[in-house]
Write a protein that binds this ligand. Structure first.
Ligand SMILES: C[S@@+](CC[C@H](N)C(=O)[O-])C[C@H]1O[C@@H](n2cnc3c(N)ncnc32)[C@H](O)[C@@H]1O
Length: 223
């Protein structure tokens, strides 16, 4: 594992505090319609045998494992900044006999060469990043995607109504207003366009007890 300076290694853990990480899976499963939105994210992608998929900010690996189960002939990699969640992800994948590579790394400094993935999926990570790092991350995703490659995101989005806006406040208090406000302002689509993506689209929305969760997709069209 590489050593990095403090500024770059600062990150918001899955449930804000390290000591809550072991509760992440049960909380997500029972309170967030996790299986509904993660399966919907998987339904919106199409993967051919041998293609390379990256789960960015993979956390405890639930989506990474679902991807490999759905597309066993694809090469699936998960990356996260936090070694603690990666340990959980690795253990889960190993217990299920899944051949998945997990790497530690920073979303906005990806340790992969240009044009190396066919698809990148990311769930509930962007609201952990500042506006600057959201954009840096989208540039990095653009760089490591192959031409015509796709990005698929699930994250907090623009509230559908006043109730959903109020429901989102606990997440903002937990994870911080600095990183979550761009999401609820609906900025992710615009940021994807700014990073060079085409065909950017919000594909679905879920009402959850913590507010509106949106799914997005975009393509790296090379002209
Ligand atoms: C709320 S969790 C989501 C985990 C998983 N994708 C899911 O949907 O369950 C957010 C994850 O993003 C990771 N993360 C936060 N900042 C990051 C960064 N700068 N680079 C890579 N991962 C990051 C956290 O460590 C955490 O595991």
């Amino acid at each position: 594992m590489r050593k990095r300076d403090n500024k770059e290694t600062d990150f918001i853990p899955a449930l804000r505090f390290n000591w809550l990480t072991s509760l992440y899976d049960p909380i997500l499963r029972w309170t967030m319609r996790e299986s509904a939105f993660k399966n919907q994210l998987i339904r919106q992608i199409q993967v051919d045998p041998g293609q390379r998929i990256l789960d960015l900010g993979c956390g405890t690996g639930t989506l990474t494992i679902l991807l490999k189960q759905t597309y066993p002939k694809a090469e699936v990699t998960g990356i996260d900044i936090d070694p603690k969640v990666l340990q959980i992800a690795e253990r889960k994948a190993e217990n299920m006999g899944m051949d998945i590579t997990f790497n530690q790394g920073i979303a906005f400094e990806l340790p992969y060469s240009n044009n190396s993935f066919d698809l990148i999926v990311t769930s509930l990570m962007f609201h952990h990043l500042t506006l600057e790092n959201k954009l840096r991350t989208l540039h990095e995703i653009f760089r490591v995607l192959k031409p015509q490659g796709e990005i698929h995101i699930a994250d907090w989005g623009k509230a559908q109504n006043g109730l959903m806006r109020v429901a989102f406040l606990p997440i903002q208090i937990l994870d911080g207003f600095r990183t979550t406000t761009d999401n609820v302002n609906g900025l992710l689509l615009q940021l994807m366009t700014n990073a060079g993506f085409n065909e950017t689209k919000e594909t679905d929305r879920f009402m959850t007890i913590y507010g509106t969760l949106s799914l997005y997709r975009a393509r790296k069209n090379m002209l």
